[in-house]
Design a protein around this ligand. Structure first.
Ligand SMILES: [Zn+2]
Ligand SMILES: [Zn+2]
Length: 138
């Protein structure tokens, strides 16, 4: 299950929704089993990395879900599909993302502790979570 967080800018009225959680994405499952299914959930580059990893080691597990990231430079929020490959609970591969505006590596953010962010539209620090309109999804 995941959660959708709605943000709204007090200054310009810009709204955006961010998703966090597993939802319809991959719960922890053997990597080999994921690769056997015909439905491809990820970007083709991610898919290639997963196939290479599976060739090297047949005992890997895969997990994926939405995470919310923040650019340390522009402070803009972005949600991404994070893919993690692990073996015996040790992470072997984890997706990394860069900011679409400045190419800085994004950092995972704790949305529950984040009160205000920078509005991607007007760049003022008036981008706030709208608690009344956050809903659960599956
Ligand atoms: Zn940035
Ligand atoms: Zn704004």
């Amino acid at each position: 299950m995941g959660h959708a967080y709605k943000y709204r800018c007090e200054h310009c009225g810009y709204e955006e929704q961010f998703n966090q959680g597993h939802g319809f994405m991959v719960h922890s499952q053997p990597l080999g089993e994921y690769l056997k299914q015909s439905q491809k959930l990820f970007h083709y580059k991610t898919q290639n990395v997963l196939e290479d990893l599976a060739k090297e080691d047949g005992n890997l597990y895969l997990k994926a879900g939405f995470q919310i990231y923040k650019c340390p430079k522009c402070k803009i929020l972005q949600d991404k599909t994070e893919v993690t490959v692990f073996k015996d609970e040790i992470v072997i591969h984890k997706s990394e993302f860069r900011c679409s505006a400045c190419r800085t590596r994004l950092k995972l953010t704790n949305i529950h502790r984040l009160k205000k962010a920078i509005c991607p539209n007007c760049h003022k620090r008036t981008f706030q979570m709208n608690h009344n309109h956050s809903d659960l999804w599956n």
